[in-house]
Ligand binder design. Structure first.
Ligand SMILES: Cc1cc2nc3c(=O)[nH]c(=O)nc-3n(C[C@H](O)[C@H](O)[C@H](O)COP(=O)(O)OP(=O)(O)OC[C@H]3O[C@@H](n4cnc5c(N)ncnc54)[C@H](O)[C@@H]3O)c2cc1C
Length: 472
C-alpha cells in the first residue's frame, strides 16, 4: 500500500491533519493503536446509555474563531459553560476562587472587606495568580492568599502532581488564578460548548473523507514495514518515538473509575474537586456536560492521580491493559513503605548491576517518612509511582506490575525494598530468559534461609501472593 501521508494517532491532531491533507487531494492513512478514533477526547455510551468520556472529561473551549468555524463543519454544538466546585471545610465553593467563593466561605462582613480590598488592589475582573497574591503587602489579602493556598491549591497540587505549588512552572500556577469577579464559569474563553452528538461523532465526520483510510488497533511499528509513504506524522509520545534515546519525558498520568448511580443527579455542577479529602482529586457528572437530562440515572467519573516522575502513557482506564510491544526488556519493580534507608541500599544494588535493568519503577505505598523527597533528590532516574494510600505489598505489586505491563516490558524483576541483589544477579537471570516463563532466583536473608524473588514474563497477573521472607 502506498499513501502520501501516514499519520499516527486519530486524536484531534491526527484527525485535523488528515482532514486538511485529504481535502487538499492527498491520500492519507491514519493509524491508531487504540481500537477507536478520537484519541483522549473519545466518548462512548456506557452500558446504561450515559455518554461518558473514557479518558477523562473534555470540555471544548477556545478563543479562536478559526478553530470554532473549522470544527463547526463537523458538528452542531450544545451551549455549555463548565462549572466547578471545590469542597473546602465541608462547604462546596465555586472554582476558580472568585468573589462568589468568598461569599460561600466567610461571614458577610469579612467577605465585604476582602472583596473591597481585592477590587481596590487589582480592579474588578482581574485574574490574580495565587502565588502573586501571596506576595501582597496588605495583611488581609495575605490572609486570603494563605487561606486559598492551603485549603484549595496546596492539597490539590500535592495530590495531583506530587509537587508543592511553588515547584510547578508559573505557566501552570497562572492557570489557577483568584478571579476578582462573580463570573463562576470555569473557563472564560469566547467559544465554549460541547459537540451536540459527542466527540466521537465529530471525529467520525472529520475522517469520513474518501481520501482517508483508518487502521485501528495497530501500533505504528507494526505497519511501518507494510505501508509506503512520502511523509510520516507522529502524534504520540515523542520520547517513545525515538526509543527513549534521551530518557523518558516527565508526564503526569491519571486513572479513572466510573460509578453508576440509580438516581437522576448526584452533583449540582459538572465537576467537584476534592483538594483535601478522598484518594481521588475530582468527580465529574457527565450528564451536566452532555445534556442527557432525560435519563433517570447517571454516571460519574472519579479521577485518581498517578504520580510518577515520568510516564509515557496517556490516561488509560483501569481495565484497559495490553502489551504494547514485544521487547526483551527488563523493568525492576520495587515496592516500598516507610523504609527509605533500606530502599536506598536496594536501589543502589539494582542500579549498579553489571547489566542494569532497562527501567526501574518504585511503587511508594504512600510513605510518610520522606521517601518521595529522598527519591527525588538521590534517584532522579527512577520512576516513582506513588499510591494515594498504603495498599500493602499485594496492592503495591499489583500496581507496579500493571504499570510495567502497560509500558510493554517483557520481564518484570520484582522485589521488596529490603532485597539487595548481587551485582551480576540480573545478567545471570537474563541468560535463562528464553528457557522459562517465570524465573525465581534463590536468595538468602540475613538469617541464612532461602527465599525467591520472581520474574513474571509478559503476562499480566492481577493478584500477587507473598513469596516469602525478605532479606532483612
Ligand atoms: C484528563 C484530560 C482532560 C482533558 N480535558 C480537556 C478539556 O476539557 N478541554 C480541552 O480542550 N483539552 C483537554 N485535554 C487535552 C486534550 O485531551 C488534548 O489536547 C488532545 O487530546 C490532544 O490531541 P492529540 O491528537 O494531540 O493527542 P491524543 O488525543 O492523545 O491522540 C494521540 C493518539 O495517538 C495514538 N498513538 C500514540 N502512539 C501511537 C503509536 N505508537 N502507534 C499508534 N498510535 C499511537 C494514541 O493511541 C492516541 O489515540 C484533556 C486531557 C486529559 C488527559
Amino acid at each position: 500500500m502506498k499513501v502520501d501521508f501516514l499519520i499516527i494517532g486519530a486524536g484531534f491532531t491526527g484527525a485535523t491533519l488528515a482532514e486538511r491533507l485529504a481535502s487538499a487531494g492527498k491520500r492519507v492513512l491514519v493509524v491508531d493503536r487504540r481500537d477507536h478514533i478520537g484519541g483522549n477526547a473519545y466518548d462512548e455510551y456506557d452500558p446504561h446509555g450515559v455518554l461518558v468520556h473514557r479518558y477523562g472529561p473534555h470540555i471544548f473551549h477556545t478563543n479562536s474563531k478559526k478553530v470554532w468555524n473549522y470544527l463547526s463543519q463537523f458538528t452542531e454544538w450544545r451551549p455549555y459553560y463548565h462549572r466547578v466546585r471545590a469542597v473546602v471545610e465541608g462547604k462546596e465553593i465555586p472554582l476558580p476562587f472568585s468573589l462568589a467563593s468568598l461569599r460561600a466561605l466567610f461571614s458577610p462582613r469579612l467577605a465585604d472587606k476582602l472583596e473591597e480590598k481585592l477590587i481596590a488592589h487589582y480592579g474588578y475582573g482581574a485574574r490574580v495568580p495565587i502565588l502573586g497574591l501571596r506576595e501582597a503587602e496588605d495583611p488581609d489579602l495575605r490572609f486570603l492568599a494563605d487561606y486559598v493556598y492551603r485549603n484549595v491549591f496546596e492539597g490539590y497540587t500535592l495530590k495531583q502532581c506530587g509537587l508543592r505549588p511553588e515547584e510547578l512552572s508559573p505557566t501552570v500556577t497562572a492557570r489557577v488564578p483568584v478571579l476578582v469577579s462573580y463570573d463562576t464559569r470555569y473557563f472564560q474563553d469566547t467559544y465554549q460548548a460541547m459537540p451536540k452528538e459527542g466527540y466521537t461523532a465529530l471525529f467520525r465526520r472529520m475522517l469520513a473523507h474518501s481520501n482517508i483510510k483508518v487502521l485501528l488497533g495497530a501500533d505504528w511499528r507494526e505497519v511501518e514495514g507494510e505501508v509506503r509513504f512520502d511523509r510520516l506524522v507522529f502524534t504520540g509520545p515523542i520520547d517513545e518515538f525515538f526509543g527513549y534515546l534521551h530518557g523518558p519525558l516527565p508526564y503526569r498520568s491519571l486513572s479513572f473509575g466510573m460509578e453508576f448511580f440509580g438516581e437522576p443527579w448526584v452533583q449540582e455542577v459538572g465537576q467537584v474537586n476534592y483538594p483535601n479529602e478522598h484518594p481521588y482529586t475530582r468527580s465529574t457528572e457527565f450528564k451536566h456536560l452532555t445534556g442527557q437530562d432525560y435519563l433517570p440515572h447517571t454516571t460519574l467519573a472519579y479521577e485518581y492521580p498517578r504520580i510518577t516522575t515520568w510516564t509515557r502513557l496517556w490516561p488509560e482506564p483501569l481495565s484497559f491493559l495490553r502489551r504494547s510491544s514485544a521487547t526483551e526488556k527488563f523493568c525492576a519493580v520495587i515496592v516500598t513503605y516507610n523504609r527509605k534507608d533500606l530502599l536506598r541500599e536496594c536501589l543502589t544494588a539494582v542500579l549498579s548491576q553489571t547489566r542494569p535493568p532497562d527501567h526501574v519503577l518504585v511503587v511508594d505505598n504512600a510513605s510518610t517518612d520522606g521517601t518521595p523527597e529522598m527519591l527525588k533528590a538521590e534517584f532522579p532516574q527512577v520512576e516513582v509511582l506513588r499510591l494515594p494510600e498504603n495498599q500493602g505489598g499485594a496492592g503495591g505489586f499489583h500496581e507496579g506490575m500493571k504499570r510495567a505491563y502497560e509500558m510493554g516490558f517483557e520481564w518484570w524483576w520484582i522485589m521488596d525494598d529490603d532485597a539487595f541483589p548481587e551485582k551480576d544477579a540480573l545478567v545471570l537471570l537474563s541468560r535463562y530468559s528464553s528457557q522459562a516463563e517465570d524465573l525465581v532466583p534463590l536468595q538468602r536473608n540475613v538469617g541464612g534461609s532461602l527465599y525467591g524473588v520472581g520474574y513474571w514474563k509478559g503476562k499480566y497477573v492481577s493478584v500477587w501472593g507473598n513469596l516469602g521472607n525478605s532479606t532483612r
